[in-house]
Design a protein. Structure first.
Lengths: 297, 277, 443
């Protein structure tokens, strides 16, 4: 009887999606609800908790360090979008060109950075951007007569190092996403355009970019996510969660500092909820603008 | 003809320069693995090829020294394989449900999938930590694998891919009297190979390099994965660069091989998959 | 059918395997070694967590001696070494939940206040300290105490001294023994810079050693008597002002890494770019481990002061070892701990192997130990650290460790000191802002 039930065409779909529902409920909804609840309490792990209403949120608004973290994460996210969408797209188009030699080699080479552990990558970049004159970047700069720069101590220079790390790591990956997207664009379109006398630039802007829209959307969505939630790269670059003047502190970094280092779970939960709201807001806005909701089933 | 060749040359030169730039850090790691850690402390990381300080010592240490590197490597290896296998199996299973059927609540549920994709996992860090603690799963590999086993982006990807599979396969299967699950396992899954390959790479990459969550959950150093292990070499009481650099060099190998092996499928799979919007 | 069943079975067994090889029997982690130190059958097993391997080695040595001297109360020690942050985080959870905590553990002074919050879940140690009270440097016991109850036993004094690179000083024609005040230091520094182009010292931005030094000289602290932060005190403004003036005269400069105890700074010192460091005595082991080129060149002396007559030192850094309330045999653990950290024997060991200035002052009188020519530290440094220690023994101040201390340290070390020495911000303004931020964080 039960067998028949499970095997019926009507219930089958529910069986198929069951694992997701379970995981979603247990490991997503429940912790999320918990998090919301925790954000209204003052609590530490293993000890009692106290309901304090909106106190945590009020404290967050006045917390200079938190606001710095938010600014950092935001700026980082925007900058990664600016660098890691147009350039990989361009590279994908170039590398896809029929006249490209060694395409496979370059694809692998560019993808390699993404395969390295963040620990390794962050440490290497930390050493490369070190403030001594012997460090890689500074010794390169000295060739141009530029004095050694204390990269990891200044806001702007620190971000240069951080973005260098991000660019190095993710250009290859994004490029591959765009390459896949390019494969979906039929050759005929380009041939037709050529026959109409379109220039390379026109082909790019009128055919490539619009037809890459689904890919672009996908990459933008995951980049917003990755940018706002960045933590480990900063952790490794500054070898800890305490960058000078908090120039490298991100929202998640602050969450970690409050929740795990200081054991202020309630306050940290509030930080998490703020991040959730911000991420959702940005993504939903973005999707609404690009008509995703209309197109989706 | 001449125009073609000059374009080829320009393209190649452009990418060659970029490639050189990208490979600089790797060259630095490679060089660094031949230098003693103290060298790095004294002179910083650079590209100097100084034979007087270079040797195979670090490599010897890696293979014969008293440290846990290969334990970490093994843990990562095991965890990655199990995690990828489980995640792919479960996610594809779920994705089929979305792709092949119409049912009540499907849209709502799928929006939930999208929701997860849009929201940083990190916001769940703390409550998940507490939940893991309460469930008694602290310090287990299950705590690492289970939350991600029905992976949202993977489900999304498979579902998109499955939409491209002709319905005839399914209807034919029903006509032949196969059960719903039989259809899935015997008729549909084999067709998903490129998708599996693509997701194997992405998930494998993520699992191999996963640091934050395992770091929070694992306390037994016998269970440390490679990223955690390497991180423990950086301590406030002195960094063990000898092992760190040469260990990092080695950690790139397996994933690189995986990628090289499955690269073709990655592109093919990605093509037919998620990027169809 | 078969393949499907197999699939399900495979998934199930994989999950089970994960679950199974998951649950760990050892709730701690890190490298665990069981030391029996010659213990017999009836030995009690005690567990000890630390984040410094050398501390573990020290306990191993003391374990042997204990078991020999106490055949009826022998101990087997489970030593677990974990990375710094990790160990403290796990210890914190374990102690608060009362589950999985070790019997004995190291807690670094910076993290100590977190463990004293509310009702400390640690045993008081006053009774086992009693017999040693007169020979132990009192301020080091106060450091790990609350309301008159001692919760942790110190590892060393950490007396702050000046380390001078005599090679550079000789080149500039400077005699370090003549440097008594910051005025003398300034004159010497200007000479050093003119003659050699090197800086005499550092302007620290990522550690508060110098700030604490300036405060303790004026007999003040980062906190008031009640433990409230008061970083914008006139004394600290004055002290940092002196350093700023030195920076502007090219006597001191910021250093890679932000303070002398970082790997970048070791490199700078080793290359002879800075001629002095104002650090606690435990800096000695950094010299021997990381700055081999300076062997035989470094002299130790009391730090310069603002005015002659002011106390010339304070205890910096440190690790307090504690006994948790959930310890298996509390009396045994406490007795062993006192033996391993306060006894004469232990302190001789702490000097010989760890190169720390021991808290048991009787050792300072033992010339054969302190001036042992085979000791690697005696060999490395130009003069003997204990000669200096004995000179300043009554002047070692206490910089309190309070619940506000971690926040104070964090704000000063990440933001304020950088603003002052890197960005040239006005000292009073920077300290006022720091005070505000610290108060906000502690609300």
């Amino acid at each position: 009887m039960i067998r028949k039930f499970i095997y019926s065409q009507k219930t089958a779909p529910y069986v198929f999606v069951l694992p997701f529902v379970l995981v979603f409920l247990v490991f997503w909804i429940y912790p999320l609800g918990n998090s919301v609840g925790m954000s209204f309490q003052k609590m530490t792990l293993g000890q009692g908790a106290q309901w304090i209403g909106f106190d945590n949120y009020v404290k967050l608004m006045g917390d200079g360090v938190f606001l710095k973290a938010v600014t950092n994460s935001f700026v980082y996210m925007v900058l990664t979008l600016v660098i890691l969408i147009p350039f990989p797209m361009l590279f994908a188009v170039l590398i896809n060109n029929k006249l490209m030699w060694g395409r496979e080699f370059f694809k692998s080479a560019f993808f390699l950075p993404a395969l390295t552990s963040v620990v390794v990558a962050g440490t290497i970049f930390r050493l490369m951007f070190g403030e001594m004159e012997g460090s890689l970047i500074n010794s390169f700069l000295s060739l141009f007569g530029i004095e050694p720069i204390k990269f990891l101590k200044g806001q702007v220079t620190g971000f240069i190092a951080l973005l260098a790390l991000a660019t190095w790591r993710w250009t290859g990956v994004n490029m591959l996403y765009f390459l896949s997207g390019l494969k979906n664009i039929p050759e005929e379109y380009y041939e037709a355009a050529s026959m109409d006398g379109a220039s390379a630039f026109q082909k790019f802007t009128r055919i490539t970019v619009p037809l890459l829209k689904p890919t672009t959307l996908y990459v933008v969505t995951i980049s917003i996510y990755a940018g706002l939630a960045m933590f480990i790269e900063s952790l490794m670059l500054w070898n800890g969660n305490n960058s000078p003047k908090n120039i490298g502190l991100t929202i998640v970094g602050y969450l970690y500092r409050q929740g795990i280092e200081k054991n202020e779970m309630g306050y940290a939960a509030a930080v998490g909820i703020v991040l959730l709201v911000v991420a959702l807001a940005i993504n939903l806005t973005q999707l609404a603008f690009t008509g995703m909701f209309k197109k989706e089933d | 003809m001449r125009k073609e060749i000059s374009i080829r040359i320009v393209l190649f030169a452009f990418f060659a320069v970029l490639c050189a730039l990208v490979l600089v850090p790797f060259y630095a790691i490679a060089l660094g693995s031949f230098k003693p850690g103290k060298e790095l402390v004294r002179n910083g990381l650079n590209l100097s090829f100084d034979l007087s300080v270079m040797s195979f010592d670090n490599f010897v240490f890696l293979f014969t020294g008293n440290h846990a590197y290969f334990l970490w490597f093994f843990n990562s290896f095991l965890l990655t394989i199990v995690q990828v296998a489980l995640t792919l199996l479960v996610s594809a299973f779920v994705a089929y449900g979305f792709a092949a059927y119409e049912f009540k609540g499907k849209n709502v549920l799928f929006i939930c999938v999208l929701l997860i994709m849009m929201v940083p996992f990190e916001i769940l860090l703390l409550p998940l930590y507490k939940l893991t603690f309460d469930l008694g799963l602290m310090n287990t590999f299950s705590a690492i694998v289970l939350p991600g086993v029905a992976n949202a982006s993977t489900i999304f990807f498979f579902r998109q891919y499955l939409r491209g599979i002709p319905n005839e396969i399914i209807t034919a299967g029903r006509v032949d009297g196969a059960s719903e699950y039989g259809i899935y396992f015997r008729l549909v899954m084999p067709v998903m190979k490129p998708a599996f390959a693509a997701m194997a790479i992405l998930n494998g990459m993520h699992s191999w390099n996963n640091l934050l969550w395992p770091f929070m959950v694992l306390s037994d150093s016998n269970k440390y994965t490679l990223p955690i292990g390497l991180k423990t070499l950086l301590t406030p009481y002195g960094n063990n660069y000898d092992l760190l650099i040469v260990g990092s060099f080695f950690s790139i190998l397996p994933i690189f091989l995986l990628f090289v092996g499955f690269q073709k499928y990655f592109i093919d799979g990605m093509t037919a998959g998620a990027v169809k919007g | 059918m078969k393949s499907k069943r197999f699939m399900v079975l495979a998934v199930l067994s994989m999950t089970l395997m994960l679950w199974g090889c998951g649950k760990s029997s050892s709730p701690s982690g890190g490298e665990t070694s069981v030391l029996d130190g010659g213990a017999g059958e009836n030995a009690t097993e005690l567990s000890y967590w630390t984040f410094v391997e050398l501390h573990g080695k020290h306990f191993e040595t003391m374990l042997q001696k204990w078991n020999e001297a106490n055949p009826d109360r022998q101990i087997k020690l489970n030593v677990t070494v974990m990375p710094y942050d990790d160990m403290h985080n796990k210890l914190s959870i374990a102690v608060q939940t009362g589950q999985g905590a070790p019997d004995i553990a190291d807690i670094e002074v910076g993290k100590f206040p977190d463990f004293l919050k509310g009702t400390p879940q640690l045993e008081t140690l006053n009774d086992v300290v009693e017999p040693y009270k007169d020979t132990i440097v009192k301020s080091r016991l106060d450091l790990y105490s609350k309301d008159g109850q001692i919760y942790g036993l110190p590892t060393h004094v950490g007396a702050t001294v000046a380390f001078y690179n005599t090679e550079i000083l000789d080149q500039a024609g400077v005699d370090y023994t003549k440097i008594k005040t910051w005025e003398d230091y300034k004159k010497a520094g200007i000479q050093v810079y003119e003659k050699t182009g090197k800086y005499l010292g550092t302007a620290d931005t990522s550690a508060v050693w110098q700030s604490a030094m300036m405060l303790s000289q004026q007999r003040k602290d980062f906190t008031d008597d009640a433990g409230n932060p008061v970083v914008n005190s006139p004394e600290l403004i004055k002290g940092l002002g002196i350093l700023k003036d030195l920076q502007e005269s090219n006597v001191v400069s910021t250093i890679a890494g932000g303070q002398p105890d970082t790997e970048e700074a070791y490199g700078e010192f080793n290359n002879g770019n800075y001629a002095s460091a104002m650090m606690p005595l435990w800096m000695m082991s950094r010299f021997t481990n990381y700055m081999p080129d300076l062997a035989g060149k470094i002299a130790i002396a009391p730090t310069p002061v603002i005015e002659e007559g002011m106390p010339r030192s304070y205890g910096g850094g440190g690790t307090g070892t504690v006994v948790t309330k959930t310890a298996k045999d509390i009396k045994l653990a406490k007795d062993f701990l006192a033996f391993a950290k306060l006894s004469l024997d232990a302190n001789i060991q702490i000097w010989n192997t760890l190169g720390f200035d021991p808290v048991n002052m009787d050792v300072w009188e033992m010339k054969d130990v302190t001036h042992n020519p085979e000791n690697q530290f005696v060999k490395y440094f130009k003069n003997n650290p204990f000669d200096v220690l004995n000179e300043i023994k009554d002047e070692i101040q206490l910089i309190k460790s309070t619940p506000a201390s971690p926040t104070i340290n964090n704000v000063l070390c990440t933001t304020t000191l950088n603003e002052i020495f890197e960005d040239g911000k006005d000292i009073t303004e920077a300290l006022n802002e720091a005070q505000k931020q610290i108060e906000q964080q502690l609300k």
